[in-house]
Design a protein around this ligand. Structure first.
Ligand code: MG
Length: 449
């Protein structure tokens, strides 16, 4: 798997008291920021840019993620400068490179804002990738001054674009197919204003050890005057020999790359499939600046969702139990049946034999004796005649009494052996109590209650 291995070196230079340059060396990500602004403004801006880029980029390792991270850093610096009068107007350059092995093929992405520079050195070719966003660069492009004149121009420090000056910033972006042996140099203008390209290339070509190369570049800039802070990062694209387990396709594509793709600079458009190349061609300044914040927001939302899900689950569970309990109570209470208690027809609330932990309770003991009920009805009463309401149950009792009256069965006036009478309906006929008692005593009641 390809890796971007980096070494950095920095020096305040021979003139400046403070070093307002910052270097970021992270996993497959490097950046140089050259701060500017009164008091500590330059240092703060450069620090925010480097750190902000690093933390935001972690959330989305891609070209889009890199550009979004730079834009996010820009906004953070701008907001801080707006909030703090002492930091007002601070800004910084920001030049960064990222190796994205998940790209197909693995890609080296470079971004730039300001006049720090990104170079690629490969096969003894030294190529400046970034374009300075400076006043003198503008003049050079206009043909008004030569590159040599730009090096000593009195306004060479004026930038036309920087990070943190405005709420939004445009980001230059460049993509290349990453190749082992590719060496990337990021440098603040403290190096490039002092050393001509040939001298820089000579050092990069002669020092295979990247830390030694970085140190040698800073020493050389100091030797040439050291008029500004000097910061360099030398990074090598290397194959660590470990196959990326989740990226078999990328490995295959890499091995199938045409030989021309090795040439430097090898813009990614040359080796990518047409659609991917089109995406890269439009990639330099994506308008969507919220990629990284959105990833972070998503992570936060997942955390919130986990908590919310647990709470919802508990609520649903409680609701379910409550519902079942409520239904059980309702189911039990909404039922009445006509049965027998101590030889008397009795209305119960509940269900015959009970339901779950609910036992039937006596709603009314009538004065109609079982002995006064037709034999065919007795077995029904022994099992319990279920009715949907008390009134329906009472209707059954009335009907039983009517049967009794029509068929001339013996009746009784004996008071039921319980006092839980709720409703009292007059009986139509009476029979001697002694007979009723005898009949009652011989009757077996089923076990309700
Ligand atoms: Mg500088």
């Amino acid at each position: 798997m390809l890796r971007l291995l980096a070494a950095s070196a920095t020096d305040a230079g021979r003139i400046r008291n403070s070093n307002q340059d910052r270097a970021l060396v992270a996993e497959d990500l490097i950046a140089v920021a050259d701060g500017m602004g009164g008091h500590a403004g330059g240092e703060v801006a450069a620090e925010l840019a480097a750190e902000g880029l690093g933390s935001s980029y972690e959330l989305a390792t891609s070209m889009e993620g890199l550009v979004a991270a730079a834009k996010r850093a820009n906004r953070a610096i701008f907001l801080k400068s707006e909030a703090d009068a002492e930091l007002h107007g601070m800004g910084t350059t920001l030049t960064a490179a990222a190796l994205v092995v998940s790209d197909t093929p693995p890609a080296l992405h470079l971004i730039n804002i300001g006049d720090s520079r990104a170079y690629i050195f490969q096969d003894h070719e030294f190529t400046q990738i970034s374009e300075d966003h400076s006043f003198v660069e503008h003049l050079v492009r206009q043909g008004e001054i030569t590159p040599e004149e730009a090096l000593t121009h009195p306004h060479r420090h004026i930038l036309t674009r920087a990070v943190g000056i405005e709420s939004e910033v445009d980001v230059d972006a460049f993509s290349f197919a990453a190749q082992p042996g590719m060496r990337v140099l990021l440098a603040s203008d403290g190096l490039t204003n002092e050393l001509p390209d040939e001298e820089i290339a000579a050092i990069l070509g002669s020092e295979s050890d990247r830390q030694a190369a970085a140190d040698a570049l800073v020493r050389a800039a100091l030797a040439h005057g050291g008029n500004d802070n000097i910061t360099v990062i030398v990074a090598d694209v290397e194959d660590d020999g470990i196959k990326d387990p989740g990226d078999a396709d990328a490995t295959r594509v890499e091995t199938e790359l045409p030989a021309t793709a090795v040439a430097l600079p090898a813009p990614i458009e040359e080796v990518l499939p047409p659609r991917a190349a089109a995406a890269v061609a439009t990639a330099p300044i994506p308008r969507d600046v919220r990629t990284a914040p959105r990833v972070r927001e998503r992570a936060r939302r997942i955390e919130r969702l986990v908590t919310l899900r647990v709470v919802l689950f508990v609520i649903v569970l409680l609701g379910l139990f409550g519902g079942i309990a409520g239904f059980t109570v309702w189911f039990n209470r909404a039922s009445y049946f006509v049965g027998i208690k101590d030889g008397y027809v009795t209305i119960y609330e509940g269900r015959p034999g009970g339901f779950l932990w609910f036992k039937p309770t006596i709603a009314r003991t009538t004065n109609l004796q079982l002995s006064s009920v037709l034999d065919s009805s007795r077995s029904l009463l022994e099992a319990g005649l279920l009715e949907p309401s008390y009134d329906k149950a009472q209707q059954v009792v009335d009907d039983l009494a009517k049967e009794n009256s029509i068929l001339g069965l013996p009746t009784t006036t004996t008071t039921p052996p319980t006092t839980t009478t709720i409703f009292v309906r007059p009986t139509t006929t009476t029979v001697p109590a002694s007979k009723a008692k005898t009949k009652s005593g011989s009757t077996t009641t089923t076990g309700h209650g």
